[in-house]
Design a protein around this ligand. Structure first.
Ligand code: IMP
Ligand code: MG
Length: 180
């Protein structure tokens, strides 16, 4: 039987998201204002797409936009600790300021592996900007350089995040209710 998924309580409203993303962009603009390297904004598909579009339009200075898609090996809902690159970046990252844009840091496995892989490409810097973080779920020590909101251990949807590929388009972050 197919599970029924419903939108539950709103955890973060659109206004709260917008205000926080303004703050993150200010912080990023300030931190990179003296860098003479080109910035590559590297979004991690698919969850990044809404946040990436918001952040990119608030950044000052020239940026290059690119995307990667990665997945954990195995197909359970729990992260396994190994990542597979489904779509790699097509940009030469050497000497660039790479800023990874991710929807959420959960176990930390994806980003701890990915940042190491990207550091091997000789960029000037690699940093991570994540809209959300669930600190209580970490399996490996990892903190993003920029985090929008820390949230409790609940499965959430909206603003790019999905449950079974649905609800990414919601303009807010909500809890998902699964029935059946
Ligand atoms: P991890 O940090 O390696 O465990 O992987 C984080 C990835 O798991 C994110 O990029 C999301 O795609 C997914 N994820 C984790 N928690 C949630 C959630 O509550 N809703 C939707 N996707 C989630
Ligand atoms: Mg993701």
């Amino acid at each position: 039987m197919t599970k029924k998924m419903k939108i539950g309580d709103i955890i973060i409203s659109n206004e709260e998201l917008t205000n926080r993303i303004d703050e993150l962009a200010d912080q990023i603009n300030n931190d990179y204002k003296d860098s003479n390297a080109e910035m590559v904004l590297l979004g991690i598909l698919k969850g990044c797409f809404v946040f990436m579009s918001d952040i990119s339009r608030r950044l000052k200075g020239d940026i290059i936009v690119d995307f990667m898609q990665v997945s954990s090996y195995g197909n359970g809902t729990e992260s396994t600790g190994n990542i597979k690159i489904i779509k790699d970046t097509s940009i030469n990252l050497e000497g660039k300021d790479v800023l990874i844009i991710e929807d959420i840091v959960d176990s930390g496995n994806t980003l701890s592996k990915l940042t190491k892989i990207l550091e091997g490409k000789n960029p000037k810097s690699v940093r991570v900007c994540a809209l959300l973080s669930k600190p209580s779920r970490r399996q490996v020590e990892f903190e993003a350089d920029y985090t929008g909101f820390e949230i409790p251990d609940k499965f959430i949807i909206g603003y790019g995040l999905d449950c079974d590929e649905k609800f990414r388009e919601l303009p807010y972050i909500a809890e998902v209710i699964i029935e059946g």
